[in-house]
Design a binder for this molecule. Sequence first.
Ligand SMILES: NC(=O)c1ccc[n+]([C@@H]2O[C@H](COP(=O)([O-])OP(=O)(O)OC[C@H]3O[C@@H](n4cnc5c(N)ncnc54)[C@H](O)[C@@H]3O)[C@@H](O)[C@H]2O)c1
Length: 355
Amino acid sequence: MTDLKRIAVVPGDGIGPEVIDAGLAMLKAATEKRGRAFEWVHKDWGAEKWLREGVGIPEGGLKDLEENYDAVYFGALGDPRIPDMAHGREILLGMRFGLDLFVNMRPVELVAAEFCPLKNKGPDEVNFIVFRENTEDLYVSVGGNFKKNTPDEVAVDESVHTRKGVERIIRYAFEFAKSQGRRKVTLGDKSNAVRFGGSLWQRTFKAVAAEYPNIDTDHFFVDVLAMELVRRPEHFDVIVTGNLFGDILSDLGAGLVGGLGLAASGNLHPGKIALFEPVHGSAPDIAGEDKANPIAAALTGAMMMTYLGENDIAQAIQESVQEVIAAREVTSDLGGALGTKAAGEALTQRVLGKL
Ligand SMILES: NC(=O)c1ccc[n+]([C@@H]2O[C@H](COP(=O)([O-])OP(=O)(O)OC[C@H]3O[C@@H](n4cnc5c(N)ncnc54)[C@H](O)[C@@H]3O)[C@@H](O)[C@H]2O)c1
């Protein structure tokens, strides 16, 4: 009986392959040093394949992931040659929706006060986590155009919320809070203006919260929530919200901790395969220049290690990130002079030193 873990590696487009190469080298070295059995299987899903073959995820690809893999380690998608991002919708939304990965988990943890654009806020003040619903809302592609390309064009996107979908993400946020000793769960919605979906979120939040009497609850309309995250981030602990609001709030969170080069995320469905990806996109403006910060991909790898029960490796990565930042062994977006590859190697050396 082996406890081999199989990981599908999808580097994607732009800086995706650069940061995933760096993160993967670190993860391979760490798991080998720990004597863990991991198999890393590359998938060439991305713009090149799409342009060459018209294929996003090959037939049977999702089923194969579900049946034969423990996790996906994903880079980013986005290519100027595909301006409507058709391949991104098929591949990334295809995996999130097709695998029913309803939890999008985005921790916002400041590692060094100097990276926070807010005055007098340090790691103690900026430490919260956003749980974004990941399978519904405006992203379901329900809608259409008519009178397209005329002055009378009409475009409709439906915002879909189901009791099942809303309840399971809210419950996940409370379960996370309970298991991690967190004190409070905050709901962000727009129930003052968006009546039907907003009311569903409100009622479901109250019903689920009643099952967790030891966890405080809190509510903000999402516009005020955005303001409060900037004004007093220390107020927040666990935030749960819908797909669109979560998309925006979690990038705001990335801005509070030093930008996209440091932000990691996971797409989960307990008991199923999970997908881990840096929050950033393919950054065509710096792709191929060895400039991309690999730390977001490394922290994404740490999140994946925690999920797979490799807590010592995850902790070694997190501590090493703090150390490379303190030592300025980082890329130029964080004020360092290293390229992607060298910054990844510096991180790997520190991780290995801790295992
Ligand atoms: N999950 C995804 O795959 C995903 C997410 C967001 C955007 N996108 C796609 O990526 C493409 C570019 O989008 P964008 O420019 O809006 O967002 P982006 O995240 O790619 O880049 C935004 C800015 O942040 C910088 N940046 C991003 N990651 C960085 C890193 N690791 N190190 C240093 N700097 C970094 C970029 O250089 C750019 O200036 C688009 O096609 C978009 O649709 C994909």
